[in-house]
Design a protein around this ligand. Structure first.
Ligand code: XBP
Ligand code: MG
Length: 264
């Protein structure tokens, strides 16, 4: 079965966005004098819960359970308060992104361009909000880059977030393809479980926060997609694919990897 689509995760895979997300969460906590500080080690643990609103609720329930029942401003319950904080956090995140400082990971733009040239469909599957995806694509690729993606699955596309397979199932349905005709690119164990749950073979490019995750079941792991002159390191792969002929991940290598998955 030929490889017909590449489905990219965004946070951690397309770009190392989590430090900007963390900064945005902390700024909104400061604005409301909540006294919460999401340090790097704490955020690393909190990332096990995907979705910013869900992450805030989880944080209160586990770190400040005595406050969970409120009172919160304007008579809101915890879910509503977390949603308000998250909305404002998203505005801050978008401003941070607009100011620059979020770059695509190595090889992402190159592989997107190669897929477009070769008629391999492109899609996105993320738990973050759609505005964050459109903002990142416009800032880091091109004003019309969203149009290059045949399906854009976001936090709004499926009721339950990764590791639930819902968002990947939604994307595959939008593409009108079978899961085995696609290849997912992910950076986290939550993302991997989501893609595998939808039956999609998955390549891992671990990110700054996910290097220690469990990637059991992945087709292969590479340090990043690499660029000419900036080689990618194969961290785990089927024996025949343990080296990258060009030093970076290209469609030829991905097709070979995908073929390997069919035989597995
Ligand atoms: C990303 C997430 C998101 C981001 C923050 O996971 O879990 O919640 O951390 O974005 P994945 P939001 O890469 O697996 O999709 O605050 O917009 O949720
Ligand atoms: Mg991710």
């Amino acid at each position: 079965m030929p490889l017909k689509a590449l489905i990219f995760d965004i946070d951690g895979t397309f770009a190392n966005t989590e430090e900007a997300h963390r900064e945005a969460f902390n700024r909104i906590f400061q604005k409301y004098h909540l006294g919460w500080d999401w340090t790097v080690p704490l955020y690393g643990k909190l990332l096990k819960v995907t979705g910013g609103k869900e992450r805030i609720e989880h944080f209160v329930n586990t770190h400040h359970p005595e406050k969970a029942a409120g009172p919160w401003p304007d008579g809101l319950n915890l879910g509503e308060w977390a949603a308000r904080l998250h909305r404002e956090k998203t505005e801050i995140y978008l401003r941070l992104m607009e100011q620059g400082g979020i770059e695509l990971r190595p090889g992402v733009r190159r592989l997107v361009d190669e897929a477009r040239r070769e008629g391999v469909a492109l899609a996105i599957s993320t738990t973050t909000s759609r505005v964050n995806v459109t903002g990142l694509l416009a800032k880091s690729m091109a004003a019309n880059a969203l149009d290059w993606f045949a399906a854009v699955g976001t936090g709004e596309s499926a009721p339950i977030k990764k590791p639930h397979p819902g968002v990947y199932q939604w994307v595959v349905a939008q593409l009108g393809l079978k899961p085995e005709e696609c290849l997912a690119l992910e950076d986290s164990s939550n993302g991997l479980r989501s893609a595998l749950g939808a039956g999609i073979p998955t390549l891992i490019t671990p990110s700054e926060y996910t290097a220690q995750d469990d990637f059991t079941g992945a087709l292969a792991q590479v340090s990043d997609l690499g660029e000419p002159g900036q080689p990618s390191k194969v961290l785990a792969a089927p024996a025949a694919l343990g080296t990258l002929p060009k030093g970076h991940v290209d469609l030829a290598w991905l097709r070979a990897l995908h073929t390997q998955a069919q035989g597995a």
